[in-house]
Design a protein around this ligand. Sequence first.
Ligand code: PMP
Length: 283
Amino acid sequence: MIVYLNGEFLPSGEARISPDDRGFVFGDGVYEVTRAVRGQPFAAEAHWKRLETGLRELGIRTSLDSGRILEIYLRLLSENALEDGEATIYLQVTRGRAPRAHAFPPATIQPTVYAFASRFSPPIEQRRAGVNAITYPDIRWSRCDIKTVNLLPNVLAKQKAVEMGGWEAVLVRDGVLIEGSSSNLFGVIDGELRTYPRTNYILPGITRQVVLELAAELGIPAREAPIFVGEMGRLEELFLTGTATDVQGIVTLDGYRVGDGVVGPITKALWEGLMGRLGSSIS
Ligand code: PMP
């Protein structure tokens, strides 16, 4: 595999990052995962904007811009023979290598920029069948809107879900279903779509935004408002969204059936709509 590291394209086995990198020592960095279909990154500009916001919030200065990132992505896809079918591209930017000290290093320290692309095949049967999920306390910090590489609470939540025979953990804060450990969450109650509002408590998902647009196009009533734990029994449908999650129906939550226990019509319509936008085949 050919990866990108600090201006160079090189075999992954030759990529070296210092143990003094602040990404390793402090988790001091941000990342993005972008989908590519037939060699074309999807919503590249929206991903760049979110990364740029994260970098600004953390005070990490780079010479990156959306044009340079697109160049890197296209080259990774071609170097790795990923221009047919589908792929995901991972990009991480850390504050760089410096002697360990909490405060920022001098501005002369260059950020570390690392990216790789890999094959992705959406699990179509799983999308149609739905998955099991669990609820798990949201023990993350208060800036979940920044896509940082500090993912320990997310890792613990996902691991618990796997141990319980589930696919995703739905994070609960103050009696509200917030989002998944690596996805946003939508529910349907009384025929109306609901997803947690865009605040510091969720990641502003690119897929979430596309799904909200699709709902408007399809005439599905939708509201950015919390779903309370006390409303779980009233959920007609529940689904997750994400770059590698698409629109993924949840059929059981904490072992209880959601709605009829199958992927519902609104979930299915939005999944098909998203696959259409992506140009991803579902046949
Ligand atoms: N929330 C969290 C916590 C995530 O990790 C992700 C996936 N990166 C998402 C939501 C979905 O975001 P996107 O649609 O941009 O992939």
